[in-house]
Design a protein around this ligand. Structure first.
Ligand code: SF4
Ligand code: SF4
Length: 183
């Protein structure tokens, strides 16, 4: 038979020895390894019932912040979008009307604010660039989704619950991050 190289080797199939034919020594050897690991500390945890503590520098899902009166902090200046290396942020600015002072802290606000989580690399530069403490990266994962569109988070999904009308939800959304940063 013609071969391309001379590296082919004919393997010899040796008959099994008596001990190998018994199989028991190999089974005991395998079971010994299994039992040895039963008493060792587990490297895994039962997620999601158990969770590991986050690192103090963990950067997760973005949150659009409100002030203590429940007004949106964002003034749609666009600095976060400019700072974003992944070009993941888009927004549309709007002027605050006279009767909207209780909704928006500044004279301008983001009528539309979107983050494309498929582009985001969770670098945190948007948070650093923001002069209004209007965006921060929380301790929450971006949940999985079935469609690309589902990873484009709108303002409604990003906005933190109102601390005046939804105090409990607000505290939960805020997470432990700020407490950890103060340590
Ligand atoms: S975390 Fe980084 S990549 Fe993600 S939106 Fe902010 S600046 Fe862009
Ligand atoms: S989140 Fe901050 S940096 Fe981005 S547009 Fe709003 S105020 Fe400006």
């Amino acid at each position: 038979m013609a071969t391309l190289t001379n590296r082919a080797k004919v393997l010899e199939q040796k008959p099994l020895t008596f001990m190998e034919r018994l199989y028991l020594p190999s089974i005991f050897k395998g079971m010994a390894i299994t039992f040895k690991h039963i008493f060792k500390k587990k490297a895994t945890i039962s997620y999601p019932e158990q969770t590991r503590p986050f690192s103090p520098v963990f950067r997760g899902l973005h949150v659009l912040n409100r002030d203590e009166q429940g007004r949106e902090n964002c003034t749609a200046c666009g600095l976060c979008a400019v700072a974003c290396p992944a070009e993941a942020i888009t927004m549309e600015a709007a002027e605050r009307q006279k009767n909207e002072e209780h909704l928006y802290r500044e004279e301008k606000y983001a009528a539309k604010y979107e983050i494309n989580m498929l582009r985001c690399i969770f670098c945190g530069l948007c948070e650093e660039a923001c002069p209004k403490d209007a965006i921060y990266l929380s301790e929450t994962f971006a949940p999985s989704n079935f469609t690309r569109k589902g990873f484009i988070y709108s303002k409604d999904e990003l906005l933190i619950p109102n601390p005046v009308t939804e105090k409990e939800k607000y505290e939960t959304a805020k997470g432990l991050r700020e407490a950890q940063l103060k340590k």
